[in-house]
Design a protein around this ligand. Structure first.
Ligand SMILES: [Zn+2]
Length: 396
């Protein structure tokens, strides 16, 4: 919600008026000097929208405010042009509406356009969340990074490296929405105060690493006949793409990182296909390059890559992980019921590369059980278990 500064207002005053953390208002208005706001300036108030309301017989601003648990001055602030003592029936006024419900509906086929729509909705209601374009997929779909919090602990979550694991995006976007809701409404999640975690952390999220692959699994091949022929050929003539993990060029993005890439190559297919082909060289694909560049720029303290399936958490790579990784994975396991697994014979994954190059904690979390793509009927159960991991990722 946008408001216009009046004489005597301050950001601190708005935080009192709307019962919001001052930090959220500050972070929603980057580039504004909080000690020097001027009359007429536009300020964004997170977690609220200004709703149109038509004045009814017997209404007064005071009664409208009281019904909605709003301070009278909050109504005056968003209706600066009206005379509060002379409301008339049929008059249109604005009423600040606190958002207390999810904007993200994760329990649906969560494709690229759904993801982008939800990112825009979240950003408009929660402007303290920053959205950055970090690159483009092979087909030109934008890869987005969402950031919230300016704390010293830099944490990264990503989802949908693998196309037929798109439910990870739906689950992660739902968590983000719950985190944002909890911040603006000051409701704890599982007894944890999110505002404290917000102060301590800088969370970076890439909700969909492989948008072209996700759309292929959900909607079939692209319209373009050249691409269509190519992916059907990569899929050995089949038009059933439910087993597809790779990007649209048939490269498995989680086999693309320079961490014993040659060993992964040796045991895997040598040609493009639905899964496990690591490309002709590490970091040949734009999606993998974008993730590598982002990770180098951000200097994360820890990373979590969300996959499906198996209810397991992979936490090691070639004994290069720090000792704290084991303590962390035990807590992640405790809060989710998932099983810690140190390593498989597997290389060249995103978390492998992170552990190798930074010697910091990196985790691959395998949500849910069954056959990919996991059915949406598992969504609630997956979310309950994953929530423990999302939260622990912030407080650990
Ligand atoms: Zn996967």
């Amino acid at each position: 919600m946008d408001i216009i500064v009046r004489r005597g207002d301050s950001l601190w005053y708005y935080s009192q008026l709307f019962h919001l953390d001052l930090q959220l208002i500050l972070d929603s208005n980057r580039g504004i000097d909080p000690n020097n706001v001027s009359v007429g300036q536009h300020i964004r108030i997170p977690g609220f929208v200004a709703q149109d309301y038509q004045v009814q017989q017997g209404d007064s601003l005071w009664a409208i405010g009281r019904q909605r648990n709003l301070d009278m001055d909050a109504l005056l602030l968003v209706n600066q042009h009206i005379n509060p003592n002379q409301l008339y029936i049929g008059q249109m006024i604005k009423v600040p509406l606190r958002i207390t419900w999810r904007l993200v509906q994760g329990k649906q086929n969560y494709d690229f356009s759904r993801t982008m729509k939800d990112i825009r909705r979240l950003q408009s209601v929660y402007p303290f969340m920053e959205v950055n374009a970090i690159g483009k997929s092979v087909l030109g779909n934008e890869l987005s990074e969402l950031r919230m919090g300016k704390g010293s602990k830099r944490i990264h979550y990503n989802a949908s490296f693998h196309a037929n694991e798109w439910i990870t995006t739906a689950v992660l976007m739902t968590f983000l929405n719950d985190y944002l809701l909890s911040l603006t409404n000051q409701n704890p999640i599982r007894g944890l105060e999110m505002s404290r975690l917000y102060q301590q952390t800088a969370l970076s999220v890439v909700p969909m690493v492989n948008p072209d692959g996700v759309n292929l699994v959900l909607h079939g091949p692209p319209e373009n006949p050249e691409w269509k022929n190519r992916v059907v050929e990569f899929n050995k003539g089949s038009t059933d793409f439910s087993g597809w993990k790779a990007n649209i060029r048939g490269v498995d993005l989680n086999d693309q990182f320079p961490a014993r890439w040659e060993l992964e190559r040796a045991r895997n297919p040598k040609e493009p296909g639905p899964r496990d082909y690591g490309g002709e060289k590490p970091l040949s694909e734009p999606e993998a390059i974008a993730m590598a560049d982002l990770t180098r720029n951000r200097d994360y303290a820890r990373v979590f890559a969300f996959h499906t399936q198996g209810e397991e958490i992979y936490w090691g790579f070639e004994n290069m992980e720090p000792p704290v990784s084991e303590r962390m994975v035990n807590e992640l396991s405790r809060v989710s019921g998932y099983k810690p697994v140190k390593t498989l014979e597997s290389y060249a994954g995103y978390k492998d590369w992170f552990i190798q190059d930074w010697q910091r904690p990196g985790f691959t979390v395998e949500l849910g059980h069954g056959v990919n793509p996991l059915p949406l009927s598992q969504f609630d159960e997956i979310y309950e278990k994953a929530l423990g991991i999302f939260l622990a990722g912030l407080y650990l």
